[in-house]
Each structure stands twice: as structure tokens, then as C-alpha cells.
Design a protein around this ligand. Structure first.
Ligand code: ADP
Ligand code: MG
Length: 715
């Protein structure tokens, strides 16, 4: 009998309910572990506070003297909360969050201890970090890497059962100043977008234009399964997804989980998680059951992209930690279970500032409409021109299982605008939108034409990139991914489009002088070139897959192996170089790192498939066969032959897979990735096919791995 699996079921069934310890009212806990502007105001001199506030709000440079004062106040605050250590926290090119802890303590010659935390310690750290993948940006013999404080994202305390650590959000760069992380490019892309947007708004006659910032609200999907099941599955432990598992008799076909009543145990987990998020000033806003059994979603309220990105990383960390305290494992993998929905992370994104507001909000007046149309047009151009980049930044071995799998957006990048807005842009393209060309009260004509509701038309769940009333929603992002990559791509493509628009607009204005006419001239050209990317139909349909490629000239990019080479195209190299977001060397390092991640993840999975099939599944089949033989009876309906056939087929496929894995020479990284995406992935599926057949034949009490029905339905 297989005790580990069967006893897991029993223990979970008999477990006492989990509870949470924290039940304080929101106003007591909100941002209580954050060293934000409020704490700074309370603990700093007026002049120091003014200086740091300026830096936080506009990114202006901070004097070392002020940093010293801030550091001292930060240390006192953190130590009063039990912290003895501090850490620069940073975001390497993988999707990870990294930290290296240092004590506040220093000893005197006489052995007594004092604590120290100066401005320079706050500003700069040297974690070395030479083991992080750096894509050849650093030689290991010159492996210096620096972290530097990002004052625009607030420091905070992370508690454990035994103490606390002061966490300082930081950038991570090489000795030569190259970006080794996901924060530097995000800050740079925001600056590029700001600079281009300023030009467009100035041409539009805006006189006061505050710094523009991008914002992000990410909807995070995840699975929860009991830890006891996860521990009995090497694939979940090491690869984050099931590499084997027959479909249960009941899956998600009844749609009885989506938005259903949240199971009590999960609700308790969510409330615990949200209290922790509130302490850290993360505005958890909605939670609900998702489509697949065992799948849930949490969405915080949107924030400035840089802060939202740090908070998103923290959210993923807390999801995992908190799940553990409740006896769950939180699976952030994009496709933990075959045959049922995978998990995405919808990245809601807009740009705006204090003077013009949200520029992706159509607003109520014609002038706002014009700004809106330009910014919206800029996004359309960006998605069309840089669709393959958008696909590349969301590419991973895990997300490949989800995209195009008829439940998640297709691997073809198109833009959904909603009926009304699509009509407006269609009319702009064909020149049907009547624009009075003489001066005077053009407003009247425009406000009639361009007034539309905030939620124009229906939601389109099949689009990878959808306008949703006052923002765009990039829906193809994977659940385990950092939001930084997508945000960098969106900000940068917008910067590029706004630069293009500014140049065109300047010419058009010089020729005619009429603002409205100029805007429509520019947008008409834009739509003629890029309007093909706008698509309001069913993105899942096979007709679209054909039409997108054959009639619209869009690209269908199914795998990471197909997607990553976009980083090496001249167009993308130029885009990033011109906007100052990545130097060509920095960009090349991204390709190397992401390609390596892809290769490593497929190889880990393939090795695991070989091992699990050989050492767990095959023995279970043999065990069952010997039980049948031991009865000594000739059965009319003996499963022995089928079991033997499936076991043999599985082991034959294992041989093939092992042989494929032994292949060593590849002409290029690209060729290696293609080999894995095609050969190795299909052999893994071949092994799995036979193994899943065995699962449906072998005596249930002998089956070693927790089954789908158990993992998904037992809480
Ligand atoms: P839905 O599931 O209907 O798409 P949710 O409420 O789950 O919507 O999530 C929407 C997300 O979009 C939230 O994080 C919300 O704060 C965010 N959001 C709303 N307005 C903006 C905006 N202007 N810019 C960026 N994100 C936004
Ligand atoms: Mg949602």
C-alpha cells in the first residue's frame, strides 16, 4: 500500500482548523511596518523631511548629510520594532527577490557593542552577489556588484517568529554601472516615457505639466493545495508543477468554483495574508475563487509602477510564507495542473500625472479626448511595432503551457479597444471622422463624436492586451513573473511612440496650426500603419489564428524558444538604446539570462520525468502486476496485459528522453532552445501519456502520487 499518499488524505481530513493570530482593526495595522513619509515627518527635522519628500516625489538627488539623518531615524524606528539587522532588498534578472542581511551592531575595542547605520550604509551596499546570473555583464574575477537605495520605494520591516529585519528597496548594478536587475530598467523606462510625454503634451498646448509616472495594478492568480500532498510530489517540490497526473473524472466543467463561496480554510488564509499586506502598506483590494478548483486570485489597488512592482514581489513572497503557516503550498506556476486553467497575472497599466491626470482616461471634455486619443494611439502603435518584444518579456517555460491553451490569451499580440473606441479609431483610419478644419468651435463636433462610456462595450477575455475603460490590461503575463519586464516594455514602447507622435505633430502643427486637425492627421497615419493590431473578436478561435497571421501580418509566437530571439533584433536593440533603457550590452545579457533560465527549467523537468517514471511510477506498476500474478487465478478481465503494455511504453519513452537529454553539441543557444521546445518537451509528454494511463489502471491503494482529485478538491 502507498502509505504516504493515503495517510496524507487521512491527516488532512482529520486536521484541526487553522486560525490566524492577527485580528487588529485596519487603521491600527495599516502601514505600521513601513518607514514612509508619515514616519519620516514624525522623526525628521523640518528641513531633512522637506529634502527627502522632494526626492521621494520627484526623484531629485539627495545630499549625503540628509541621508545620514534619514538613516539614523530609520535605524531607531526599526530597532524599536525589534530589528537587529538591515538588508538592501533587490531584484535580480531572474524573477527572484534577493536580500543580504547585515547587523546594526559594531563592537568597541573594549568589547562593548554599539549600533551604527550611516547615510553611506543606507545608500550603498556591496552584496557581491556574483552567483546571480548576469549574462556576461560581469567576469567572476571582477564580480563587484552594488546595491543602491531607492528612496522612492519605502523601507519596511519583515517580521519572523523570532525577530525582524529592516528592508531597504534597492537597485543592483555592476561595478561599471550596468543594470543587473529589474528595477533600474523600470525607473529608466518611466523617465523615457515622461520625457516623450512632456513633448506631446507641450505641443498640445498644456502649460503646466507635472512629472508623468506609470501605474500598475496586478491581479495575481494562484493555486493552494495542502502541503502534505505537495510534499509527496517531487515534481511540485522541484518544478512547481505536476509532470504527471491523469485528469480527474470531475474538473472545472461545472464552473462551480469560479466566484463560488470561498472555503473557510482558504478564507482564513486570505485574511491572514491581507493583514500582513496591510502592515506593509500594500492595498489588498479584492479576492475571489478563480475558474479552476483550488485556484484563487488577489488584486491590490494600483500604485506607482516602481512601488507596485516592489509590492508585487513582496506579495508573492508573502503568499508563499503565509500559505505555509496554514498548511498550504501556494503554487505560483503558470500551469501546475494539465487540463485545467493555468494562472496569469493581469498587469493593469496606465500613465498620468498630477496636472493632466490619467492620460488613458478618455475624460469628459474634447481637450482631454485629444490627449487621450494620442496616448491611446501611441499604445496601439507600440503593441503593433513591438508585439514580439511584448511576447518576449512574458516568455518562460512555464508560461508557454498557458498561452494559446484555449483558456489564456493566444500567443498573438493584438489590442482590444471595445466596440465604441474601436469604431472611433476605425473612423480615424478611414478619415470618416468629420473634423471641422476651420477655426472656431470645433469642440462641439468633437464632443459629440468622442463621448463614450467608461466601459465601452463588453469585456473581452480572449485578448492579450485590452483597454478597460481607463487603462490597458496586459493579460498574457504569467503568474510567477515579475511585473517589471512587462512594465518596462510597455513604458518603453509608449516612449518610442510618443516621440514619433511628437515629431509628426510638430510638423502637422507647423503646416496648419489647427490642433484638432493636426491630431487627426497624425492619428490617421498611425492607424494606417498600425491599425491591423486592433482586434475585437474571439482571440481563442482558429479563424483568428489564421487571419491574424495571413491577413493582418501579425506574429504567432508559440514558445519561449521562438520568442526570446526578439531581444536580438535590431529594432529592439535600437528601441532600448534610443530611449536609454538598456545599452546593447545590457540587453544582450537579458537574452542570455532568460535563455539560460529556459534551458535549465526544461532540463530540470526532463530529468525529473525520467527519475519519477523510473523510481516511483514503474515500481508501482510492477507491484500491481505481481499482486495480480500472486492471486494465481486466471481472470477474465485481467488488466495485467494493459498494465504491462503501458509500463513498457513508458520505459521506452524514458529511454528516448534520456538519450535526447544526453545531446550536448548545439550550434547556438537558439538551436538548443528549439531542441528543448520541440524534441524534449514532446518526449516528456510521451512518458507522461503512458504514466497517466497507468494511473487509471493500477490499484488505487498502490498508487504513489497524490492524485489530481485529491490535490484539487481536498482542503
Ligand atoms: P478585473 O478582474 O475586473 O479586471 P480587478 O478589480 O480584479 O478587475 O483588478 C483591476 C486592477 O486594475 C486593480 O488592481 C485596480 O487597482 C487596477 N487599476 C484600476 N485603475 C487603474 C489605472 N488607472 N492604472 C493601473 N491600474 C489600475
Ligand atoms: Mg480579475
Amino acid at each position: 500500500r502507498n502509505e504516504s499518499r493515503l495517510s496524507a488524505v487521512k491527516e488532512i481530513t482529520n486536521a484541526a482548523p487553522y486560525t490566524t493570530t492577527m485580528t487588529a482593526p485596519l487603521k491600527e495595522i495599516w502601514a505600521s511596518d513601513v518607514f514612509g513619509l508619515q514616519q519620516m515627518e514624525e522623526s525628521l527635522s523640518k528641513s531633512a523631511f522637506k529634502a527627502i519628500k522632494e526626492t521621494v516625489q520627484t526623484g531629485s538627488e539627495l545630499e549625503l548629510a540628509v541621508a545620514d539623518v534619514v538613516a539614523a531615524a530609520m535605524k531607531d524606528w526599526a530597532m524599536a520594532k525589534g530589528a537587529k539587522f538591515f538588508s538592501h532588498i533587490f531584484y535580480p534578472m531572474t524573477n527572484a527577490t534577493a536580500e543580504k542581511h547585515d547587523g546594526f551592531v559594531v563592537t568597541n575595542a573594549d568589547g562593548t557593542a554599539i549600533t551604527e547605520f550611516t547615510g553611506s550604509l543606507l545608500i550603498k551596499g556591496e552584496p557581491d552577489g556574483s552567483s546571480f546570473p548576469n549574462g556576461s555583464l560581469r567576469m567572476t574575477n571582477a564580480a563587484r556588484g552594488y546595491t543602491a537605495w531607492d528612496p522612492t520605494s519605502p523601507a519596511y520591516i519583515m517580521h519572523t517568529a523570532n525577530g525582524a529585519v529592516l528592508m531597504i528597496p534597492s537597485v543592483f548594478m555592476s561595478w561599471t554601472g550596468e543594470a543587473l536587475d529589474k528595477k533600474i530598467p523600470l525607473l529608466r523606462s518611466n523617465a523615457a516615457m515622461d520625457s516623450a510625454a512632456q513633448k506631446v503634451l507641450a505641443l498640445m498646448g498644456e502649460t503646466e505639466i507635472a512629472t508623468l509616472n506609470s501605474s500598475c495594478g496586478a491581479e495575481q492568480e494562484y493555486f493552494l493545495i495542502d502541503e502534505k500532498f505537495a510534499n509527496a510530489r517531487p515534481d511540485l517540490l522541484l518544478a512547481g508543477r505536476t509532470l504527471f497526473g491523469a485528469s480527474p473524472a470531475k474538473g472545472q466543467e461545472f464552473d462551480d468554483h469560479y466566484f463560488g463561496a470561498i472555503p473557510e480554510r482558504v478564507q482564513v488564509f486570505m485574511q491572514d495574508l491581507e493583514d500582513r499586506l496591510y502592515c506593509l502598506g500594500i492595498p489588498a483590494k479584492t479576492h475571489h475563487n478563480e475558474v479552476a478548483p483550488g485556484q484563487f486570485e488577489i488584486a491590490p489597488y494600483f500604485e506607482a509602477a516602481n512601488v507596485a512592482s516592489d509590492h508585487q514581489q513582496l506579495l508573492m513572497t508573502l503568499l508563499k510564507n503565509t500559505a505555509k503557516r496554514h498548511g498550504f503550498v501556494c503554487l505560483l506556476h503558470e500551469k501546475p495542473f494539465a487540463g485545467i486553467n493555468g494562472s496569469g497575472k493581469h498587469v493593469n497599466w496606465s500613465v498620468g500625472n498630477a496636472t493632466q491626470g490619467n492620460l488613458l482616461d478618455p475624460g469628459n471634455t474634447p481637450n482631454e479626448n485629444l490627449n487621450f486619443l494620442l496616448f491611446c494611439g501611441a499604445v496601439i502603435r507600440g503593441v503593433h511595432k513591438y508585439g514580439s518584444l511584448l511576447r518576449a518579456v512574458i516568455a518562460s517555460a512555464a508560461n508557454d503551457h498557458r498561452l494559446g491553451a484555449n483558456e489564456a490569451p493566444p500567443a498573438i499580440l493584438s489590442v482590444y479597444l471595445g466596440d465604441q473606441l474601436e469604431k472611433v479609431f476605425d473612423n480615424i483610419r478611414t478619415g470618416e471622422l468629420h473634423v471641422p478644419t476651420t477655426g472656431g468651435q470645433m469642440d462641439i463636433g468633437l464632443s459629440q463624436i468622442l463621448k463614450f462610456d467608461r466601459d465601452p462595450g463588453d469585456r473581452n477575455r480572449t485578448s492579450p492586451f485590452a483597454f478597460t475603460g481607463n487603462r490597458f490590461e496586459f493579460r498574457a503575463v504569467g503568474s510567477s513573473q515579475s511585473v517589471s519586464g512587462p512594465l518596462v516594455a510597455m513604458n518603453t514602447m509608449l516612449a518610442d511612440s510618443l516621440e514619433w507622435i511628437a515629431a509628426k505633430l510638430e510638423t502637422a502643427l507647423a503646416a496648419n496650426g489647427d490642433k484638432t486637425a493636426a491630431v487627426f492627421t497624425v492619428l490617421q497615419e498611425l492607424m494606417e500603419e498600425h491599425g491591423n493590431v486592433v482586434f475585437g473578436g474571439d482571440g481563442y478561435s482558429s479563424e483568428w489564428h489564421t487571419a491574424a497571421v495571413e491577413e493582418r501580418g501579425l506574429k504567432n509566437i508559440p514558445t519561449t524558444a521562438d520568442a526570446l530571439p526578439a531581444f536580438k533584433t535590431q529594432e529592439v536593440i535600437d528601441l532600448f538604446a534610443n530611449t536609454g533603457v538598456f545599452t546593447p550590452a545590457e540587453l544582450a545579457s537579458r537574452f542570455e539570462v532568460y535563455a539560460e533560465q529556459y534551458v535549465l527549467s526544461i532540463e530540470v523537468e526532463a530529468k525529473l520525468v525520467v527519475e519519477m517514471a523510473t523510481t516511483i511510477i514503474y515500481p508501482a506498476a510492477i507491484n500491481y502486476l505481481s499482486n495480480i500474478a500472486a492471486t494465481g487465478v486466471t481472470l477474465t478481465f485481467s488488466p495485467a496485459e494493459k498494465v504491462a503494455d503501458a509500463a513498457n511504453a513508458m520505459m521506452a519513452a524514458v529511454e528516448e528522453l534520456s538519450a535526447a537529454l544526453a545531446t550536448e553539441e548545439f550550434a547556438s543557444t537558439e538551436a538548443h532552445m528549439q531542441f528543448l521546445a520541440t524534441e524534449v518537451c514532446s518526449l516528456m509528454l510521451k512518458v507522461r501519456g503512458a504514466a497517466d494511463q497507468l494511473e487509471m489502471l493500477v490499484d488505487d491503494s498502490l498508487w504513489p502520487l497524490p492524485k489530481y482529485r485529491e490535490m484539487l478538491f481536498i482542503k
